[in-house]
Design a binder for this molecule. Structure first.
Ligand code: SF4
Ligand code: SF4
Length: 352
């Protein structure tokens, strides 16, 4: 039996002459919702199934180390985490990416910049002609040893996606920790001074996510509010606002469960299922890697340790890019977080 056959059997099943989606059984389901319909049931009702397109992007989690420990963090990242991608793994990734003609790299963590090989890795990706997006929490710009980071980013014209879950101090500090709002504002002002958010080559996107168990408001009107509030109060400009739904896994799911809100939140996600988001789901166009180089369908599945396609655990260097197109995507109830309302991905909404 081939590797792709194993994957197909576990996350798609053949019925009435066609493949239908099948949610992956999780050994440990305490980290996700367990109530309501399965994701596959709703996809199948709409005669939809989820398979990969040919990927042109690698989304890489460079480690779980972070200078913050936010409430909504689906990675459970924090200052005490020790999982970090090694240079040896990075070298293997670079040679695979070159062979596969990968066009884009999306670097995330934890705080990816705290990986000691981060800068060397970025330079090697740039040498391969790969366009980089870095998910920067802004406050890392003020960490010891990172004082030149903003200028370093600017010199390489690396696209920055920066989390700022609100334009008010109370909401940001409640979600991310005391003092984070002030540091974030100072960091954005520094980036603006270097041309980020002003020069079209220096893209600076901000990320909003709700401060609780509710869906994001409309991205476009929220962006207008951000522009007005950050512009008027702090003179800050940015490129785009990305509104991202909180996915009910790990730290966020635990908090909802503790507060007795998990079932209601899941109901909210399910009842707002929007079939027009499915074609644009981010898992279709990327390969996600963890700090060890193992492959997943997306960062959320990585955190739930659901291997790519729900098959056996594999490393990037175990697969060929041509095997990925058409391979099934592993799903479970947390996937409703990506298809609710206008939809959600690392690039913001999926349907207006
Ligand atoms: S900054 Fe990002 S990675 Fe770090 S704890 Fe907050 S959400 Fe998690
Ligand atoms: S969580 Fe979202 S991105 Fe991940 S597999 Fe499910 S639908 Fe795709």
């Amino acid at each position: 039996m081939t590797e792709s056959n194993i994957a197909v059997e576990q996350s798609l099943r053949f019925e009435d002459g066609k493949f239908v989606q099948n949610d992956i059984a999780l050994e440990n389901s305490i980290n996700i919702p367990t109530s309501g319909p399965h994701f596959h049931e709703v996809l199948n009702q709409h005669q939809l199934s989820l398979v990969h397109d040919k990927p042109n992007e690698l989304q890489m989690n460079l480690g779980k180390l972070c200078n913050l420990a936010c409430h909504h963090c689906h990675v459970d990242a924090g200052p005490k985490r020790t999982e970090i991608m090694t240079w040896e793994v990075m070298e293997k990734v670079l040679s695979w990416a070159k062979e596969a003609n990968i066009e884009r790299a999306d670097l995330t963590g934890g705080a990816p910049e705290l990986n000691p090989h981060f800068r060397q890795f970025c330079d090697a990706l740039i040498d391969l002609g790969i366009e980089i997006t870095s998910r920067c929490n802004i406050t890392v710009l003020f960490e010891k040893g990172q004082e030149d980071l903003a200028q370093w980013y600017r010199d390489r014209e690396i696209r920055l996606v920066c989390s700022l879950p609100c334009y008010t101090e109370d909401n940001v500090d409640a979600q991310r920790g005391k003092g984070v709002f002030d540091k974030s504002i100072a960091g954005l002002q520094l980036l603006n001074k270097l041309g980020y958010g002003k020069d079209p080559k220096l893209s600076l996107d901000l990320v909003y996510n709700p401060g609780g168990a509710f869906l994001p408001p409309a991205q476009m009107s929220l962006e207008e509010d951000y522009r007005r509030m950050l512009g008027d109060n702090f003179g800050i400009v940015f490129s785009n606002l990305l509104a991202i739904t909180n996915i009910p896994i790990n730290r966020f799911a635990h908090a909802l469960k503790r507060d007795g809100e998990l079932d209601d939140y899941q109901h909210l996600l399910v009842s707002n299922f929007n079939e027009s988001t499915v074609d644009n789901l981010m898992c279709k166009s990327l390969i996600n890697l963890d700090w060890e180089g193992r492959v997943f369908d997306c960062d959320f599945n990585q955190m739930l340790e659901i291997p790519m396609s729900g098959g056996e655990e594999r490393y990037l260097w175990d697969i060929k890019i041509d095997q990925v197109a058409g391979a099934p995507i592993a799903t479970n109830r947390h996937c409703f977080g990506c298809t609710a309302g206008a939809g959600s991905s690392c690039g913001g909404v999926l349907a207006e």
